[in-house]
Structures are given as structure tokens and as C-alpha cells.
Design a protein around this ligand. Structure first.
Ligand code: AMP
Length: 284
């Protein structure tokens, strides 16, 4: 496994890798969710690259950039074990060189859900992902359904800007008790960790109601809010029942929906989601 930092090293390593080349963009502190993407890429591609970069541009001023967990040695051990060929770990200076002033902005679907609560977040994401795509030149890129809006925004960007890259979205990997894996789960104290399972319980209840015939968006939203409100350590930021493609909030009865939420447990902001009514839950 080659581990590189500069653009020159990256380009010289990339040149010798066979096609199709699949990449997994990450911010490190890897868990089974990230590794599931690397494994899928390993199965489907002739060579696999992973980027590790905690991107300052996608954090708000009050967010956890400085506290974001890091463990590069452990990350590299895990990626080596998955048979990854190339790891790119650029520094902030490599990514945002002096004078940097060019941004990629997907205008509409970034205005709702995460984008509405995290101003500038998706501009940071789409800019850094564009730079990763340009620098790494992948044929395919693997993302997690955990960040459902991010996946939708990147699909839009790839279509709008003609990136010749196939975007593959992989299912959410969860802990045994349902909590969606996240690097940020490491912030949770034991009682908070237990409380954090309420997100999955709320989503499962709404998905169950949907399967049982409840199609009304407002009813599904109320059900999720009701379950979240039982947990005293949880503070809801938003609960959404939205169109899976446009991400517009739904009303009335619908044949498919993206159920999603952001919930604070203590100071830790957790997000989770579930698709209902989709023949195939997530994929290409
Ligand atoms: P991050 O390091 O948080 O930026 O995540 C890197 C990639 O891993 C993103 O495409 C995430 O959606 C994906 N990811 C994070 N957590 C999970 C999870 N629990 N299951 C599946 N994919 C995940």
C-alpha cells in the first residue's frame, strides 16, 4: 500500500494503478462503515484508493474541527488489511494553497436538511470532493448512505459538471444496537451512547408504520418526534420526511420517502436516515 501526501507523489503513484480505479473519500478515524466502502471498491475495481483529509472548509466556526478524532496509524493498518493500494493524506496546505479562491456550489438541494442547519457545509464538501476527483482521477467513487444528502449533492454535482465518474452509494453500517457507525460516536459518554440508539428506534418505528400502510408524511414525522421526545438526553434539531431525489419535504400520502433526522445527544450532533418504499434501498 502506497501512502502519499503531496500532489506530485499522488500523481506518480496513480499513474501505475490499473483501471477501473475506485476511491473512497474519508475524514479518517475509520470504522466498519468506511471499511465497507473500501471492501465494496476492492470487489468491484482493479485498484482502490482512499483519501484521508479532515476538510476545514466543511466545518462551521462553532463546529468540531479541532476536536475531530484522528488515529492515522490505526487507519492505515485497517486499510492495509482491506487490500487498499493507495492512501492520499494531503495536508491543509496541499488542498488549500495560498491564494485559493475557487469554490464549487450546488445551489438548490443544499438549501434543506443538513445544508439549512450547517451553512457553507456542502460548499466545502463539493469543493473538496471536486479536488479529490481531479487529483485522484477515479473511475468510480464510493459514498455512504449515512450521509444521504451528501450522496444526492455529489450525484448532482457529477452530472452537472460532467465528471466522468460513477458514484456508488453503499448501505449504512450500524452497531449491533442499531446506532449508525460514525467517527463522532467516540464523543459520547456511556449514558449518551445508550441514549443515542433512540435515532434508530424512531426511524425503525416510522419505517414499520410505513410498511403497515401509514403513508402520511405528517403522521410519520409525528411518530418519529414522539419517540425521540421520550429520551431525555436527546434534543431534536430536525426530523424530515422528504422526497429521496429532490429532498423537498413531503406532505400527504407518498410512495417513497427519505426519513431523516439530526439529533443532539449532549453536544454531539448525530444524523441518521432510512429510505422507505424504494424497491432497492440504495445503490447506483
Ligand atoms: P466521513 O469520514 O464521515 O467523511 O465519511 C466518509 C464516507 O464514509 C462517507 O461517504 C460516509 O457517508 C461514509 N460513512 C460514514 N459512516 C458510515 C456508515 N455508518 N455506514 C456507511 N457509510 C458510512
Amino acid at each position: 500500500m502506497q501512502v502519499v501526501s503531496t500532489l506530485e507523489e499522488l500523481q506518480s503513484s496513480r499513474g501505475s494503478l490499473p483501471s477501473p480505479f475506485g476511491i473512497v473519500p474519508t475524514m479518517g478515524y475509520l470504522h466498519e462503515g468506511h471499511l465497507s466502502l473500501a471492501r465494496r471498491a476492492r470487489q468491484e475495481c482493479a485498484s482502490v484508493g482512499v483519501s484521508i483529509f479532515v476538510n476545514p472548509a466543511q466545518f462551521g466556526p462553532q463546529e468540531d474541527l479541532d476536536a475531530y478524532p484522528r488515529d492515522i496509524d490505526r487507519d492505515l493498518g485497517q486499510l492495509e488489511a482491506e487490500g487498499v493500494d493507495l492512501v492520499w493524506m494531503p495536508t491543509v496546505e496541499v488542498m488549500y494553497s495560498p491564494g485559493f479562491q475557487t469554490w464549487v456550489d450546488v445551489e438548490e438541494i443544499t438549501q434543506v436538511l443538513e445544508g439549512a442547519r450547517r451553512p457553507g457545509h456542502f460548499r466545502g464538501v463539493t469543493t473538496v470532493v471536486s479536488k479529490l476527483f481531479n487529483a485522484m482521477q477515479p473511475d468510480r467513487a464510493y459514498f455512504g448512505q449515512k450521509d444521504a444528502q451528501q450522496a444526492a449533492v455529489i450525484r448532482r454535482m457529477v452530472a452537472d459538471l460532467n465528471f466522468p465518474i460513477e458514484i456508488i452509494v453503499c448501505p449504512i453500517v450500524r452497531e449491533a444496537d442499531g446506532l449508525a457507525m460514525s467517527s463522532r460516536n467516540s464523543y459520547l459518554a456511556p449514558a449518551q451512547r445508550t441514549a443515542a440508539t433512540v435515532l434508530h428506534r424512531a426511524l425503525t418505528a416510522a419505517a414499520g408504520a410505513y410498511e403497515g400502510g401509514q403513508r402520511d408524511a405528517e403522521e410519520l414525522r409525528s411518530l418519529m418526534i414522539e419517540i425521540l421526545s421520550i429520551e431525555p438526553l436527546a434534543r431534536v434539531q430536525y426530523v424530515s420526511v422528504a422526497d429521496p431525489e429532490t429532498l423537498h419535504e413531503l406532505s400527504g400520502s407518498n410512495e417513497r420517502a427519505l426519513l431523516s433526522m439530526a439529533v443532539f445527544v449532549g453536544k454531539t450532533r448525530l444524523i441518521d436516515n432510512m429510505l422507505v418504499g424504494m424497491v432497492e434501498s440504495v445503490d447506483r
